[in-house]
Write a protein that binds this ligand. Structure first.
Ligand code: ADP
Ligand code: MG
Length: 242
């Protein structure tokens, strides 16, 4: 089976600024990887390169055996395979929760309304929000809105999900409910790359932790590296940056 995600010596520059300096890692199907590191270390850029929101200058990225850097790649198909959830959930305020979740199913996948509605109910139930189907986003808490955003992504049946600091805008009370949904997904076998500052979550849910430092993978391993870092940079990050 090919890796779900494979980066080989990926170099990403913005002008003269080299943001990814030869990043390599593999994520196997069903694996949950926590991507950690200080602000500016290149975590978001790495995620954005995986679903080709950004182009790379050197190296190679594959998703489920397909080369992302190939100019001829079908971006629409790629983005159906790779779901992404951000810190800001960007739900449409004038649409109900159900309509928000159904939108891409209808527009992108061309699924008929009754079937799309059924899928929306199923994924909303999966994130614990089945009863909010007819609510509007403003009637929900931030944590609930973020769970809707996760459901919207799940509805497309991605093979890989990328999460970029999805709880950073939430107060601690609401963070837990979002992390629990992500842990359920992880237990259900979803392949996930999770950029997070929640080290307790990384310990519980991640099969592997990748620590980025100044555009490189500086240290990686199982969650035990969080208790016993090998490099002074990871030690320093864990002591000071969280
Ligand atoms: P992280 O997510 O780890 O905080 P980022 O991947 O967002 O880091 O950013 C890595 C570096 O790339 C930072 O120095 C940031 O300022 C720079 N950067 C990110 N996006 C852009 C952009 N669109 N143009 C120029 N520089 C960028
Ligand atoms: Mg970031």
């Amino acid at each position: 089976m090919p890796a779900a995600v494979k980066l080989e010596n990926v170099v990403k520059r913005y002008g003269a600024l080299e943001v990814l300096k030869g990043v390599s890692f593999d994520i196997q199907p069903g694996e949950v990887v926590a991507l950690i590191g200080a602000s500016g270390s290149g975590k978001s850029t790495a995620l954005r390169c995986i679903n080709r929101l950004e182009r790379i200058q050197q190296g190679r990225i594959e998703v489920c055996g397909r080369e992302v850097s190939d100019e001829a790649i079908d971006l629409r198909a790629l983005r159906q395979e790779v779901g992404m959830v951000f810190q800001s959930y960007n739900l449409f305020p004038h649409m109900t929760v159900g309509q928000n979740v159904m939108l891409a199913l209808r527009r992108v996948k061309k699924i008929a309304r009754p079937e799309a509605a059924e899928i929306a109910r199923r994924v909303l139930t999966q994130v614990g929000l089945g009863e909010k189907y007819d609510s509007y986003p403003e009637q929900l808490s931030g944590g609930q809105q973020q769970r809707v955003a996760i459901a919207r992504s799940l509805a497309m049946q991605p093979r890989v999900m990328l999460f970029d600091e999805v709880t950073s805008a939430l107060d601690p009370k609401l963070t837990g409910e979002v992390l629990r949904v992500m842990e359920d997904l992880a237990r259900g076998g979803m392949t996930m790359v999770v950029v997070t500052h929640e080290m307790a979550f990384a310990r519980r849910a991640a099969n592997r932790v990748i620590f980025m430092h100044q555009g490189n993978v500086h240290e990686s391993g199982d969650a035990s590296i969080l208790s016993d870092p090998a490099t002074p940079e990871l030690r320093d990050f864990l002591e000071h940056d969280l």
